[in-house]
Design a protein. Structure first.
Length: 270
């Protein structure tokens, strides 16, 4: 029996049994035809940042307001969201899932491949902790700006594919500026300092880290750009912090030692 012929037969059987069609046809929801990242509840909380006395930077003032929905740039942002939904299930989508996790595991691996040196808690413990502390510092800069602008995220009000679970923060956490854009770019700036031989590749990875959020469908391109502005501001401010600078000097030595032990494994030839 064809699927077309089967459906009326099933409905007729349900009616004869005295049950409502809705009850009889109810079935478990189908799994999405694309992968999504684990819940944000699984993310590890970063250690306390360096800027314990306040960052003394106004993120909202630095980036200015987001484009309005009816402006040319606002319309371009929306068009990009719609176009990039076609990337669900592609290699770029899988990269976006990996880049969604700010706990360090995937980020350390991808930046290691870009820098040509193994970065992580075992090979470069000071650098790994420094980067995670920067993640905590970043929130003190982008969260007030998000609260000031309250730009709705691209998936709000629709069911288009995104690479993360549709949790409450999708509705409540502002889109502009992007925290991931900030963190990816600030990490790239610091890693390019301690691994200058591969600075271009590292900075390109930092750019892609932010762009992954557009592929993921949870940010607009202008969100990412604003995040990068704040990433540069954060690194500039951290260079005024003695504890950060001391750790940065240790990180340089760690990277040199790690490089002497050979290139990182598991990196693609491309």
């Amino acid at each position: 029996m064809t699927r077309t012929a089967l459906l009326p037969a099933v409905v007729a059987g349900v009616l004869l049994s005295g049950c409502s069609p809705a009850q009889g046809l109810l079935s478990p929801p189908k799994a999405a035809p694309y992968a999504v990242s684990p819940s944000t509840a699984s993310w590890a909380k970063p250690p306390p940042g360096y800027l314990t006395t306040g960052i003394n930077l106004d993120g909202a003032l630095i980036v200015g307001p987001p484009p309005t929905p009816d402006s040319p740039r606002g319309k371009a942002d929306r068009a990009t969201f719609e176009t990039t939904r076609k990337l669900a299930g592609t290699p770029a989508w899988n990269t976006a899932i990996a880049d969604a996790d700010l706990s360090g595991v995937h980020g350390f691996r991808s930046f290691s491949c870009a820098a040509g040196v193994t970065i992580g808690p075992d090979a470069t413990p000071t650098l790994a902790r420094l980067l995670l502390r920067m993640t905590d510092d970043a929130a003190t800069l982008y969260q007030p700006a998000k609260a000031a602008f309250q730009r709705p995220r691209p998936p709000v009000g629709n069911t288009r594919p995104i690479c993360v679970p549709r949790e409450k923060w999708i509705e409540t956490d502002g889109s502009y500026p992007s925290g991931h854009g900030l963190i990816g770019w600030s990490w790239a700036l610091v890693i390019s300092e301690v691994a200058p031989e591969h600075a271009s590749a590292v900075l390109a990875r930092g750019r892609d880290f932010g762009d992954s959020r557009v592929v993921c469908g949870v940010h607009y391109p202008s969100d990412i750009e604003a995040g990068r502005y704040l990433g540069s501001a954060l690194v500039s401010r951290l260079h005024q912090d003695p504890a950060f600078m001391a750790d940065l000097a240790k990180a340089r030595a760690e990277v040199a030692a790690s490089r002497a032990n050979g290139a990182p494994t598991g990196c693609s030839a491309a």
